[in-house]
Design a protein. Structure first.
Length: 105
């Protein structure tokens, strides 16, 4: 499945110009069921206690056009998702330099 995602992302990826801007955000979504291989207890942004969740990281172009989405186990903290995105930008999309601008949230 991951090989298909990479193939599709490469095919749809725009040509990366020097100075291109990308946006990345992380969110979570809680689940009502129990049978999901990525579902885990973690920090729930929705305030739903005792619910398993998954974490999603979305990478977009500056205009908001999606480039890549990655799902992580529900107990993955936001900082743990960042390095794989930097690697994806470098290897899959050809970005040469990355400047990070983050928020406290």
């Amino acid at each position: 499945m991951e090989a298909n995602q990479e193939r599709i992302e490469r095919a749809l990826a725009p040509k990366i110009d020097p100075g291109a801007v990308f946006l990345y955000d992380v969110t979570s979504s809680y689940l009502e069921g129990q049978d999901n291989e990525l579902a885990a207890y973690g920090y729930n942004r929705d305030g739903k206690r005792y619910k398993k969740q998954v974490v999603a990281g979305l990478l977009t172009e500056a205009n908001g056009e999606p480039l890549s989405i990655q799902l992580y186990p529900g107990n993955t903290s936001d900082p743990q998702t960042f390095q794989p995105v930097v690697e994806r930008l470098r290897l899959r999309f050809g970005a040469q330099e990355v400047v990070l601008v983050g928020d406290r949230g």
